[in-house]
Design a protein around this ligand. Structure first.
Ligand code: SF4
Length: 903
């Protein structure tokens, strides 16, 4: 495999979104863009991409990019400075604070989007040379409980299995994972196994997500009861003779204690059913399936990890695999699905505050080993502050300098208002970023350092199965952007550590990282890529995707761990863990009678700084919403497509309401993606309680006590513009990128007469207007030559104009006379109905069109694909197509609602 295919002129690289780690072929168009397709040779995806990956070509524009270093000047504004001035300033201020208050007064907050080499250099500077372990990452919010669970059970953060297990398993158990939307390419691989080999799929989740559509058994358990379910399973395995006693005896310890605790928690099928809220028959069916199927893979994700009991949940799952010896064997393993593209690379270098480096810990021998390798006399000797605690320490004024690299904590941290307030107290607040503005930048940054983005930077990432892949540059870096490893290294040199940070290339950083992994290793540590420590620059450039370990001298590649034991504790045995009796951190109350679960939607990623720039991805679910069970909707007086205020003890948001039977009664669900850059009041992180798991420090994002009340808006509307707008303060709004500009979906209670002056203030062109203030309608548009420049539609909910129709007209380069005449009617010239909310992002096929095809006889997702092409490219919408087919003809309120949401 070579880096560049001379025929295609494509660069092989890796997707920057989720932890599946799909290979991509990027073919630059030499105008700053690129054609994107799946890499048929990459073993993570074999050419397939999901909707997000497929739309990457739409996200390469430079609008909003941070292109030059900036420093806040004495007048309070950010001003462009030379790189040398910015780096001198950061180093000088850091040195001053460290000298005055000690190394514990500074911290780095990193990101699972960073390349491994960026992570390595930042971790080395903080832990090895500044002498503090206050370096943590947004991966703390993603999979820290899996790390802690692995370390407790295996003695190391080892992923035992690999993706091939998904092809070879006979039973796939998904726990707290909406893989259909959050890891779509892997989920399609599981569905392919089901179709080809008859593998069965069990989905365990409080929400009936799109993933459940393909399940043979769906277990909609009560929130926070995964540990009870897997404790019940362990008891059942023991009581029905399904244990692998030989494996337990030879390779593990602690089984009897773990079994005794499991009996306490859920000692029978009946007790398990009672604890989880499931039907006894469903519990019995699941237990029987698991017990009778040697090839079983249990996959878990945010629903397990993002919990104040997340580590126990992970260990309850692992206990069942250890007890049956189903670990590290073809088609049989637990498998943590990481959310981020390089959360695993961050774990490898030690980019978490409770790791040192290269899967070494804060033990005296490990500290000594790393100290000698780095020649770092001031190495940190104890763990640092994990993400939530780090921001609490900032709030208390204990941490005075923070460097945020590639993440947006003012949106994504729990209790995000408190996190944002803390940022404003910093004496030195440095951000390395791709974008000029986001909620974190606007929280008082003092220095902005322009980092290279995906497509411009080069290095490695590791996916959920331990596969290291290259991200390669295929675009020229714009402005004065620089790689993150270079930026951190330059500051390190200015702090006086030049000899240790004299890297001249990313390959050099990688070689040192690989060498550290093998340094005095001798098989005692799982992470060993020593065979790659001497790669030439050319060999690094051409490096094919490779699973670790890749030890020096290995003859055969090792795909899996632990089939024959060989764990990383001193006695080489795994530990069964007796979990605590499961209990959520807080009870609901009369004032907060519901629990708020947060998560992702299919076509957006994190805080939308990249995915939000794609018009295609913006079509699916353009507004922030809260999903409510129909019974709760009646109880709390909210209705579908209306608005509601969601309140917790930490904050409040106003969101669109989506009533859905897929939501469990007593639970709310709201997606995490919107920020103050993209919506008026939908920063859901501000609602989330900052409770953390005692072992992993991962916050509980899935069960904050909450209340919901209706919120009335008289008017609805939308605006479309070639440039970003600032809507009046009285308006609820959400911004979405559309073809040709920006769309704003809004709701309002103010007098309609206030819109005309606002519109005149933002456009100098003549306005074409339609006013019916008595009927509550105001519509206006301005034109630039033959195309719409700006337009605004306001009216009652049933008469605000057809967003999809007007959006299509806005995208046109030139309107016909008829189109221009009909524009303010908000209807299409040909009288055709709108396609409805987009289900298939690849081909822009809407729900109304799909329902029409179903009504005309299309009876399967395949038949819909044949007629409309929907679902025939990336396949991400296939679960949604199946659900629409299944529900066709059933006159349920859900049919009129948003097309779905994810874990
Ligand atoms: S599944 Fe989608 S988002 Fe994840 S790596 Fe693959 S293409 Fe990217």
């Amino acid at each position: 495999m070579t880096a560049v295919d001379p025929t295609l002129r494509a660069t092989r690289t890796t997707c920057p979104y989720c932890g599946v780690g799909c290979g991509i072929l990027a073919t630059p168009d030499h105008s700053g863009g690129a054609a994107i397709s799946g890499d048929p040779e990459h073993p993570a995806n074999f050419g397939r991409l999901c909707s997000k990956g497929s739309a990457l070509g739409e996200t390469l524009g430079l609008e909003g990019r941070l292109l030059y270093p900036m420093i806040r000047c004495s007048k309070g504004t950010m001003e462009r400075v030379a790189w040398s001035d910015a780096l001198d300033h950061v180093a000088h201020r850091l040195a001053h604070i460290i000298k005055r208050d000690g190394p514990g007064a500074v911290a780095f907050y990193l990101s699972g989007q960073l390349l491994t080499e960026d992570y390595y250099v930042a971790n080395k500077l903080m832990k090895g040379f500044i002498g503090s372990a206050n370096v943590d990452t947004n991966s703390r919010l993603c999979m820290a409980s899996s790390v802690a669970g692995h370390r407790r059970a295996f003695g190391a953060d080892t992923v035992p299995g690999c993706y091939e297990d998904l092809d070879e398993a006979d039973l796939l158990v998904l726990v707290g994972s909406n893989a259909a939307w959050c890891h779509p390419v892997l989920f399609q691989r599981m569905v392919a196994n089901k179709l080809k080999r008859g593998a069965r799929i069990v989905v365990i989740d409080p929400r009936r997500t799109e993933t459940a559509g393909d399940a043979d058994l769906f277990l909609g358990l009560k929130p926070g009861t995964d540990t009870a379910l897997f404790s019940g399973l362990l008891v059942q395995l023991a009581d029905t003779g399904a244990l692998d006693s030989d494996y337990i005896e030879r390779h593990t310890s602690g089984f009897e204690d773990a079994l005794a605790r499991a009996r306490n928690i859920a000692g029978s099928i009946g007790a398990t059913a009672l604890a989880t809220g499931l039907a006894e028959q469903d519990v019995a069916d699941f237990f029987q399936m698991f017990a009778n199927t040697p090839r079983v893979v249990t996959l878990y994700s945010q629903g397990v990890n993002q919990s104040a009991q997340g580590t126990d949940k992970v260990n309850a799952v692992i206990n069942c695999h250890l007890a049956t010896g189903r670990i590290g064997k073809p088609g049989a393993s637990p498998l943590s699905l990481t959310g981020q593209p390089n959360a695993m690379g961050g774990r490898e270098v030690g980019g978490l505050a409770n790791q040192l480096a290269a899967h070494m810990a804060f033990t005296p021998p490990d500290i000594d080993c790393v100290r000698r390798f780095w020649k770092a006399p001031r190495i940190a000797t104890h763990e640092g502050l994990k993400a939530v605690q780090m921001f609490e320490a900032i709030g208390r004024g204990e941490i005075k300098a923070l460097w945020v690299i590639g993440t947006n904590p003012a949106v994504s941290l729990p209790d995000a208002d408190a996190a944002r307030a803390a940022l404003k107290k910093l004496e030195l607040f440095v951000i390395s970023e791709n974008v000029r503005s986001n909620d974190t930048v606007r929280s008082g940054a003092h220095v902005l350092l322009p980092a290279q983005a995906w497509g411009e930077k080069s290095g490695t990432v590791t996916n959920s199965e331990r596969r290291i892949s290259r991200q390669r540059a295929f675009l020229d870096p714009p402005g004065e952007t620089r790689p993150d490893w270079w930026i951190v290294g330059e500051v390190a040199k200015r702090l006086g550590f030049g000899a240790a940070f004299d890297f001249s290339s990313v390959a050099e950083v990688f070689r040192e990282h690989a060498a550290l992994s093998a340094f005095e290793n001798n098989g005692g540590r799982d992470f060993d890529i020593g065979a790659l420590q001497s790669l030439s620059d050319e060999a690094f450039d051409g490096l094919a995707p490779v699973l670790w370990p890749v030890r020096l001298g290995d003859i055969e590649p090792q795909q899996r761990f632990f089939a024959d034991g060989g764990f990383f504790a001193n006695d080489r045995k795994a530990r069964f863990i007796a979990p605590e009796i499961p209990a959520l951190r807080t009870e609901t109350t009369a004032g907060r009678p519901l629990r708020l679960n947060t998560g992702r939607i299919r076509d957006q990623w994190h805080t939308m700084t990249r995915s939000g720039s794609s018009p295609r991805l913006g079509q699916h679910l353009p507004e922030p919403f809260v999903e409510v069970h129909p019974g709760d909707a009646i109880r709390f007086g909210v209705t579908d497509d209306s608005f509601a205020r969601v309140v917790t003890d930490y904050g409040q948001c106003i969101l669109k309401v989506a009533v859905s039977e897929r939501q469990q009664r007593g639970m709310l669900f709201a997606p995490i993606h919107w920020s103050e850059e993209t919506a008026s009041t939908a920063r859901v992180g501000a609602l989330v309680a900052p409770f953390t798991d005692p072992f992993s420090g991962q916050p509980e994002n899935k069960a904050t006590p909450a209340s919901i009340v209706p919120y009335e808006y008289v008017f609805r509307g939308f605006a479309l513009s070639r440039v970003q707008l600032e809507l009046p303060d009285h308006v609820w709004w959400a911004r979405v990128t559309v073809a040709g500009g920006y769309g704003y979906l809004f709701a309002d209670n103010a007098d309609l007469a206030r819109w005309q002056p606002w519109l005149r203030s933002i456009t100098s062109s003549d306005l074409a207007e339609y006013k019916d203030f008595g009927g509550g309608v105001y519509r206006a548009a301005s034109f630039a030559e033959d195309r719409i420049d700006t337009c605004l539609f306001v009216g009652p909910a049933h008469d605000a104009g057809d967003w999809d129709v007007v959006k299509n007209l806005f995208a046109a380069d030139a309107l016909s006379d008829d189109q221009r005449r009909m524009l303010l009617s908000g209807k299409s010239v040909d009288g055709l109905a709108s396609a409805g909310p987009i289900v298939c992002a690849c081909f822009g096929v809407g729900r109304t069109t799909i329902l029409a095809a179903i009504a005309a006889g299309a009876g399967t997702a395949t038949e819909i694909g044949l007629q409309l092409k929907a679902g025939t490219n990336c396949g991400s919408c296939i679960p949604e197509l199946k659900r629409l087919v299944a529900r066709a003809g059933v006159d349920k309120p859900e049919q009129r609602q948003l097309a779905g949401v994810a874990n």
